[in-house]
Design a protein around this ligand. Structure first.
Ligand SMILES: Nc1ncnc2c1ncn2[C@@H]1O[C@H](COP(=O)(O)OP(=O)(O)OP(=O)(O)O)[C@@H](O)[C@H]1O
Length: 547
């Protein structure tokens, strides 16, 4: 994800070395003047001082610009990579991951917007610390060793404390995933919660409240550890000043003039040292975010390998026959470990057929539709298009199908390659779907206004027909229509679509209209238990519900 490569490191060193020299020069001049010593180039000390300041400033501006560009390019690249993976992942994987994890990962990526500030602070602080230490050694090697050992000790304690914080921050992020899930329930289930004070209170107290209380406790622990670390850092530095002022002169390791220089240098590195310790908080979060993003991408990429078969460019033949041979698919609910098996399915669909898919609740109709439309990849069996074996995840196969699902979604923008304004086919379809009085003009915004459920399905039908694909899959499309439109759909629209050569697979419970199908496939416990042609043999609709 966010990797500092060797090239980046070499670049940082190339910029850091001259910058170190400039900063060292600035410190040398300040220190010599304060301690009353002669500067090497006394006659030019003022111009040299200002020149060094300007050069160091210029170099830092250059460095910061590079870091800012690197950071925002990395954020952009990672965001695009996540959404590219999502675009290519399968429905089963998306269902497994869950939307809350995606929101949370996107939040993890955004954490890196603070990267430029922190990294520049880290680089400049490390530089200043390095210069201070070198200067200590120039003045007195033994005393420098003692001071460095004490600074090292403070750093080591900080590092150990940071290690213990890592697991807590990791826990906080996974609590955040659960939090998003409950918030999602709160927003999507708003109406249901309003209607049930028990559910509402339980969600609020037992789930949201518990999650937030857990987060509060872990954050308090993390906050306490950081505050102890910061106090330790602050008082550790006081101790260091005490050692320089009292202990080193006592053992004759420092002369009084050197004490002043040591304190001046310490004051110079005090800020950078505190900065370095304080930025650890950010680095812990960054490590956690990096680990989570990497794991998320790996999870998606594993699925990509299985799904990524659509690089082939030759067009696929238009469907004349579609054959399922021994096709099966298995759902496994990870929480309850319950499983549902669809299939094995063996049947052939012919071009122009109007097929109704029926069956009781949970019999596998929607799972079958997801396999048919290529949203689920079968775990066994083969699919043949015009006799040739295909992978149902092939984009060229899916591009032959218009599907309207039970939970259809109307997009907020026009992502199609055609425009609605002045579109005659669109105007005609609005009339056909009796929406011409609801959608007053051919503006894109009017087509994406808030519709009633039934209207929204009709609008989805308008868009599906505008796609002009030969194969239509409708999952309980008529369920939300009023009796008038339902009759119109089965008795007028379906024959019209059939006459236009469309192959239609419609999931339905409307037994009053079963006679309008060329064929009925009845599902039970995931298998096709009846395959009937009502036009050839009159059937009693009620008999179809019997096993
Ligand atoms: N994403 C999923 N993960 C695990 N199990 C699932 C998933 N989706 C569906 N199932 C299970 O698969 C079975 C078939 O569900 P499916 O939605 O295909 O039935 P259906 O015939 O369309 O039902 P309905 O008429 O109620 O819409 C059910 O037992 C359901 O619990």
């Amino acid at each position: 994800m966010f990797k500092i490569t060797w090239r980046n490191l070499v670049f940082l060193c190339v910029v850091a070395i001259p910058n170190t020299c400039f900063t060292f020069g600035i410190l040398y001049i300040i220190n010599s003047i304060v301690a009353g010593r002669n500067v090497l180039f006394a006659a030019y000390q003022a111009p040299v001082f200002f020149l060094l300041v300007v050069l160091s400033f210029g170099l830092n501006v250059f460095l910061q610009r590079k870091i800012i560009a690197f950071t925002f390019h990395s954020i952009y690249r990672n965001e695009m990579k996540i959404f590219h993976c999502l675009q290519r992942t399968s429905l089963q994987q998306l269902e497994k991951i869950g939307p809350e994890r995606i929101y949370s990962i996107v939040e993890d990526v955004r954490l890196f917007v603070f990267f430029p500030n922190v990294i520049t602070t880290t680089i400049s602080s490390t530089l200043s610390l390095f210069i201070g230490i070198v200067y200590y050694f120039v003045l007195s090697a033994y005393s420098a060793l003692i001071v460095v050992a004490l600074i090292g000790l403070i750093g080591l304690i900080y590092k150990l404390a940071r290690k213990s914080i890592f697991s807590k921050v990791m826990l906080l992020r996974s609590l955040n995933d659960v939090y998003f899930k409950v918030v999602d329930d709160m927003i999507r289930g708003f109406k249901e919660l309003k209607m049930s004070s028990v559910k509402s209170d339980n969600l609020f107290n037992d789930f949201l409240g518990e999650n937030r209380a857990h987060v509060r406790d872990v954050e308090t622990t993390v906050g306490n550890r950081y505050s102890v670390m910061n106090l330790f850092n602050q008082y550790g530095l006081y101790l260091l000043i005490g050692v320089i002022l009292f202990v080193l002169p006592l053992f004759k390791l420092l002369e009084p003039t050197e004490v002043i220089s040591f304190v001046v240098i310490l004051l110079f590195i005090l800020g950078p040292l505190s900065n370095l310790l304080n930025t650890q908080n950010f680095f812990v979060k960054v490590r956690v975010a990096n680990k989570r993003i990497t794991a998320f991408m790996e999870e998606l990429e594993v699925i990509q390998l299985a799904a990524d078969n659509d690089g082939i460019k030759e067009p696929l033949e238009i469907m004349e026959t579609l054959r399922f041979e021994g096709v099966s698919y298995q759902h496994v609910d990870e929480q309850t470990e319950a499983s549902f098996v669809l299939g094995p399915l063996d049947f052939t669909i012919r071009k122009g057929e109007t097929i109704f898919v029926i069956g009781g609740n949970g019999s596998g109709k929607s799972t079958f539709i997801n396999c048919l439309t290529g949203l689920y990849q079968p775990s066994a069996g083969n699919i043949y298009l015009n006799g040739k074996k295909i992978c149902n995840n092939d984009a060229r196969y899916k591009d032959q199908i218009s599907a309207i699902f039970t939970d259809n979604h109307l997009f907020s923008r026009n992502y199609d390659s055609y425009s609605l304004s002045g579109n005659k086919a669109y105007e005609h379809l609005l009339k056909l779907m009796k929406l011409d009085k609801v959608v007053a003009d051919d503006d894109d915004a009017s087509a994406r206004r808030k519709f009633s459920k039934g209207q929204s399905k009709r609008m989805a039908m308008v868009f599906a027909l505008l796609d002009e694909k030969p194969f239509m899959v409708l999952d309980e499309w008529a369920a939300d229509q009023d009796p008038y439109f339902r009759r119109y759909f089965y008795e007028e629209m379906l024959p019209m679509l059939k006459a236009a050569g469309k192959t239609i697979i419609a999931v339905t419970h409307d037994d009053a209209y079963f006679k309008h199908a060329d064929r009925i496939l009845k599902f039970d416990y995931g298998t096709i238990v009846k395959d009937i042609r009502p036009r050839e043999k009159e059937i009693e609709a009620a008999s179809l519900w019997e096993l």
